[in-house]
Design a protein around this ligand. Structure first.
Ligand code: AMP
Ligand code: TRP
Length: 333
């Protein structure tokens, strides 16, 4: 079945292995299926829900585009564009914000995590962020949305908003209720320093993540320093349940070698950690270093990257402006 794919990535720097394994790797395989229509958005409006340095933001937008392409997304097959250039996103977000309920947004765990203890000081944008995400998806009638596990709740909210809009305005099936595409395994890659926290761009220590721009030596060093424990390598699934860091590293190994966690445990049972870490570094180097070199190469050609965004925005705007016009008519504007 042909799918309409939409997904977004925030241009907030430090794209990492979690972004790759949780989302971008999936984007690439969806892009490679000729039947699919794919749209990948650099969500700069989402990025400013927390303070950004304008020059850094500009740089990170290009870096996100470069990462998409270096990872294998073909801009001739997929639309790649910048969210802020299509006015319909902000317009639809306002209208859908009048459909969504406070009670629904109050349940969003990502807001609670990002806002921290002092919620009064969080931006209003950070709070209504999932409504903008719903607007992104619904403007393009996306049928499937590939994301990491942390976005599952936001997608459920998007589905609720679509259904409520369709019900409230008696327009059955007008807004397409999208399906999440979340990998069954390894949909949440954890920090190399603390197996209970997800690998994140904003974590202070760079040793907590493998960046997609890391060099061979940086990867070796980070895996060497990655937290493990004093026990020997596990022999079966039961033995890793409580050993979060070991489970995460074995999961990364499995995901990169396209095998199961069970198989990768079997592979290293009874061996020592240093041998496992060496093999893990090797497989990471094979995957990440070509991407990292390609990102650096692409970044030296800003004109090319800017042109991709220009081509993309033209196509995206065509689709989104039609949808927002219909939305406005339905609402009574
Ligand atoms: P963001 O960088 O927050 O815009 O996320 C871009 C994509 O990467 C989203 O689909 C996230 O769900 C996914 N993602 C971010 N961090 C992780 C992680 N640690 N593990 C798996 N997926 C992730
Ligand atoms: N909220 C997503 C994240 O932080 C990014 C995003 C914005 C997105 N709009 C989207 C993802 C639409 C999928 C579809 O990862």
């Amino acid at each position: 079945m042909s799918k309409k794919i939409f997904s977004g990535v925030q241009p907030t720097g430090n794209l990492h292995l979690g972004n790759y394994l949780g989302a971008i790797k999936n984007f690439v395989s969806l892009n490679n299926n000729k039947e699919n229509k794919c749209i990948f958005c650099v969500v700069d409006l989402h990025a400013i829900t927390v303070k950004q340095d304008p020059d850094e933001l500009k740089k990170n937008i290009r870096e996100t585009v470069a990462t998409f392409i270096a990872s294998g997304i073909d801009p001739k097959k997929s639309i790649i564009f910048k969210q802020s250039r299509v006015a319909a996103h902000a317009e639809a977000a306002w209208i859908l914000g009048c459909v969504a309920r406070m009670g629904w947004l109050n349940r969003m765990t990502q807001f609670k995590e990002k806002a921290g203890k002092d919620k009064e000081k969080a931006s209003i944008g950070l709070y209504s962020y999932p409504v903008l995400m719903a607007a992104d998806i619904l403007l393009y009638d996306a049928t499937h949305v590939p994301v990491g596990d942390d976005q599952k709740q936001h997608l459920e909210l998007c589905r609720d908003i679509a259904q409520k809009f369709n019900n409230d305005f008696e327009v059955e099936n007008f807004l397409q209720v999208p399906e999440p595409l979340i990998q069954k395994e390894f949909s949440r890659i954890m920090s190399l320093k603390d197996g209970s926290k997800k690998m994140s761009k904003s974590e202070l220590s760079d040793l907590s993540r493998i960046n997609l721009t890391d060099t061979k030596d940086e990867i070796i060093n980070k895996i060497k320093k990655a937290k493990t424990d004093t026990l020997s390598m596990p022999k079966n699934l039961n033995e890793i349940e409580e050993r979060l860091e070991v489970k995460n590293l074995l999961g990364i190994y499995a995901s990169l070698s396209d095998t199961t966690l069970e198989k990768s445990i079997e592979n290293f049972a009874g061996k020592n950690f240093s041998e496992f870490k060496e093999k893990l570094s090797q497989i990471l180097i094979n995957k990440i270093v070509p991407i990292s070199s390609e990102i650096k190469k692409l970044l030296s050609d800003q004109k090319y990257l800017d042109q991709i965004l220009l081509d993309g925005v033209e196509k995206a705007d065509l689709i989104a402006s039609k949808k927002i016009e219909r939305i406005k008519e339905i609402v009574g504007f």
